[in-house]
Design a protein around this ligand. Sequence first.
Ligand SMILES: Cc1cc2nc3c(=O)[nH]c(=O)nc-3n(C[C@H](O)[C@H](O)[C@H](O)COP(=O)(O)OP(=O)(O)OC[C@H]3O[C@@H](n4cnc5c(N)ncnc54)[C@H](O)[C@@H]3O)c2cc1C
Ligand SMILES: Cc1ncc(C[n+]2csc(CCOP(=O)(O)OP(=O)(O)O)c2C)c(N)n1
Ligand SMILES: [Mg+2]
Length: 568
Amino acid sequence: MKLTGAQILWESLVREGVTDIFGYPGGAILPAYDAMLGYPIRHILVRHEQGATHMADGYARASGKVGCAIATSGPGATNMVTGIATAMMDSSPIVCITGQVGSKLIGSDAFQECDITGITLPITKHNYLVTRPEDVAPMVLEAFAVAREGRPGPVLVDITKDAQQASCEVDWAAAEPHLTEAFDEALPGDGDWRDAIALINSAERPLILAGHGIMQSGAERDVIAFAERAQIPMATTLLGIGGIPASHPLNLGMMGMHGEAWVNNAIQEADLLIALGMRFDDRVTGNLKTYALNARKIHVDIDRAELNKNVRVDVAIAKDLRGALAEWMPHVEKRDRSGWLRTIDTQKGDSAVRDIQSLPDDGHLYAAHVINDLWRLTSGDAVVVTDVGQHQMWEAQYYKHDRSRSLITSGGLGTMGFALPAAIGAKVARPDAEVWVVVGDGGFQMTMCELATIVQEGLDVNVAIINNGYLGMVRQWQEFFYEKRYAATPLIGPDFAKLAESFGINGATVARRGEVADAVNAARRSGRAAVIDFQVEQEDSVFPMVPAGADLHKMIRRPSPIVETAAD
Ligand SMILES: Cc1cc2nc3c(=O)[nH]c(=O)nc-3n(C[C@H](O)[C@H](O)[C@H](O)COP(=O)(O)OP(=O)(O)OC[C@H]3O[C@@H](n4cnc5c(N)ncnc54)[C@H](O)[C@@H]3O)c2cc1C
Ligand SMILES: Cc1ncc(C[n+]2csc(CCOP(=O)(O)OP(=O)(O)O)c2C)c(N)n1
Ligand SMILES: [Mg+2]
């Protein structure tokens, strides 16, 4: 039986297990939209194509499945660029389908023509231009395989209008992808597990650096088993949060620019770093010349290109993490490393990082209070999707994630506007999860149009706006490094509660700590979406802070710690 290219597209998606797609129609993708009605896939109409890509990304991060977005040619496709780059930087598997002008018009500056495969070449794992219906199935199926396998990432499939309209027979068996691993032989990655084991068993002050790859590999339990047997403390990257429970006694917390002081100091003092599924981002290392100079280093990453890229290591292993740990485990010696653990513990005592958490309610509302209260009130069980800025760092510090995939955040690209749409994707992927958006007043204003999507789809997503009246993270840099010249960072916004009401969403405004619990509880009880405008202290800063490019142990600390609460 002959099918149109448009039908083959949907049939391919169904075969890939796609049940939800985020998109926005237009001329060049109309044949596909018309055919969509015949297939069992839920289409979520977004308000901006950037939102569709973040939703697909949030869907992927919350579920581990491939997220899917669809848009028209030209402006529809270019609106997807930020979301694709965001997914690329954080290795999130999404497939974006775009319509393209008719194949005979390509290159003629036709209406809404744009070379989206050219534009997205550096920000996709791979992309395809499909000009014949015969190529739709093989290319779409391959796109999913590429997005999912190895190091995950975004793939774009651009399908011309005539390829959607024309018909052909499909040989589904022949359309199955056959990917082969190809890599440059000169790249590192063939490190011997015996060398790794020798370093691990003889280390006195080892430290595991736990990254996003732990969740992507599904190696959460394996990492804990390894750490427990060898009694090795663990530190997480921002994207590694949740991969190991925050409450695990060996989990020290987050490393890096806004990581815990004792974690960064432990990295500098360690004699062995075991980096698992993390890529030594510059926010993590600070000055590479002074980074962990006392430590030998083992790095396991599925992508050879990450090994010896930023940090030179002694043993570089290019492997899926679960496989690598399975190889190590029988040879890992049980060790008592209580001396090393105690040394790190004493540093917790003089840390100021958690100081404002238990400040008395003196009429001021601190973002840290709000996040910490949210954590307690949701019993730490929510999927929290954050935007980018100070609130993102406070969330990482004060919401303790015990569950894998329970923090979704844009790390590598740091994309403001990510949170609200990504949370929609997370809620569609996991309808039973309690989903909270933690977003700044700046970032919320970038994609707040997606509130309408929440209403149209009847989604119960709660939004906590951490409203400090500033582009806070930039203001903080201006305070520390530009002598408080606040160029273009003071920011006004609408009355967010009224704005929410105008969409038909419950809105509330909170300016005192005593009101936080009532507002959060009301939002949780309502069973529908809510927006809470938390009007917080305007000129608060995130501590500690390693200035960009500074030595990891040279952190700016809160000027005068008021209350010591490291035991919390
Ligand atoms: C305002 C701001 C401040 C920030 N501050 C900090 C900070 O203080 N601390 C911090 O940590 N981050 C911080 N970040 C985030 C930082 O920029 C990086 O995004 C983050 O450190 C990356 O974490 P990662 O390496 O674990 O994850 P990714 O960048 O996602 O890398 C994951 C790695 O795992 C590998 N991998 C994937 N699958 C597998 C598998 N199956 N097996 C093995 N390996 C696999 C991948 O190849 C990749 O190399 C900040 C971001 C922003 C926006
Ligand atoms: C799309 C985009 N533009 C600019 C930036 C640079 N930037 C990083 S944090 C930040 C301020 C964010 O302000 P807000 O959303 O209010 O959050 P806050 O830091 O105040 O918590 C800016 C402008 C960015 N990360 N993303
Ligand atoms: Mg702000």
